[in-house]
Design a protein around this ligand. Structure first.
Ligand SMILES: Nc1ncnc2c1ncn2[C@@H]1O[C@H](COP(=O)(O)OP(=O)(O)OP(=O)(O)O)[C@@H](O)[C@H]1O
Ligand SMILES: [Mg+2]
Length: 246
């Protein structure tokens, strides 16, 4: 089976505040795979994600998503592209003044012409998917950490994105909630055919969900390959990382 590239990153470099943060980063994200981006704190993972999400301008190099160079896109075209990309942030990012149901409906209210009835139907279906039907009328402050994550995930996928980005989805979860979040992420890939990019530090998660690993250190890719290849890798940082997890 040939792999289809969904994202192609070629020699991406970026300086921020006069410091080199990303250096010559190249890797691909493949269709219906879960790609895990790994690396210690400050390595440049979130900055890399921001470049893929159009939140930071490309200074050097190329990012091609669904076959299009994002730096060459017109605003309208970029907007359409980003509708096909869902983002799931570390802290959930739900609005406290709105109920969970309203929070999840928001992207559709703002970006589609669908009727309220249809939007409501979609919201319930996403809540069902993340196993959170009982939270529809609750406010974010009334949810546990694990429930908040699932609500945020429901919001990230409400527009049925083809590509989903998760920055530290499991941070702060107990091991059991983490397992159920990982199952959900796997389900999204299996049932909805999403391609998923996950930034995580959780080694147990990596074993459960990763198809492919990109290891970043000081803004550079020091290893990329499948999970099996990562476990066999001779690279010192990668070896250390998995050794400490044993
Ligand atoms: N907007 C910015 N301006 C200047 N420097 C920045 C900016 N954003 C991030 N940095 C710097 O870039 C480096 C990489 O940050 P980044 O947030 O990508 O790390 P990370 O790998 O996501 O770490 P963590 O695992 O802690 O989330 C850090 O040294 C950070 O201080
Ligand atoms: Mg980060």
């Amino acid at each position: 089976m040939t792999l289809r590239e969904i994202i192609k990153i070629k020699s991406l470099s970026a300086s921020l505040g006069g410091r080199n943060i990303l250096s010559d980063i190249s890797f691909n994200v493949y269709d219906k795979e879960i790609t895990v981006i790994l690396g210690r704190s400050g390595a440049g993972k979130s900055v890399l994600l921001k470049h893929l999400l159009g939140l930071m301008d490309i200074q050097e190099g190329e990012v091609v998503i669904f076959g299009k160079d994002i730096a060459e896109m017109q605003e309208e075209e970029q907007k359409r592209l980003y509708f096909q990309m869902g983002v799931f942030y570390q802290n959930g990012g739900l609005l406290n003044a709105l109920t969970v149901g309203e929070n999840i409906a928001l992207p559709l209210e703002q970006n589609s012409n669908l009727s309220h009835e249809l939007i409501d139907h979609i919201v319930w279906s996403k809540l069902k998917l993340v196993n959170l039907l009982n939270a529809y009328y609750l406010y974010p402050s009334q949810l546990s950490g694990g429930m908040l994550k699932r609500a945020a995930l429901a919001r990230a996928i409400v527009m049925d994105p083809l590509l989903l980005f998760c920055d530290e989805p499991g941070a702060g979860l107990d091991p059991i909630s983490l397992v159920s979040l990982d199952k959900l992420i796997l389900n999204l890939r299996e049932q909805l055919g999403m391609s998923i990019v996950v930034v995580t530090h959780e080694v147990s998660s990596i074993f459960r969900i990763a198809d492919r690993i990109v290891f970043i250190d000081s803004g550079q890719v020091v290893f990329q390959g499948t999970l099996e290849e990562a476990l066999q890798a001779q690279n010192k940082q990668v070896k250390n990382y998995f050794d400490t997890a044993k």
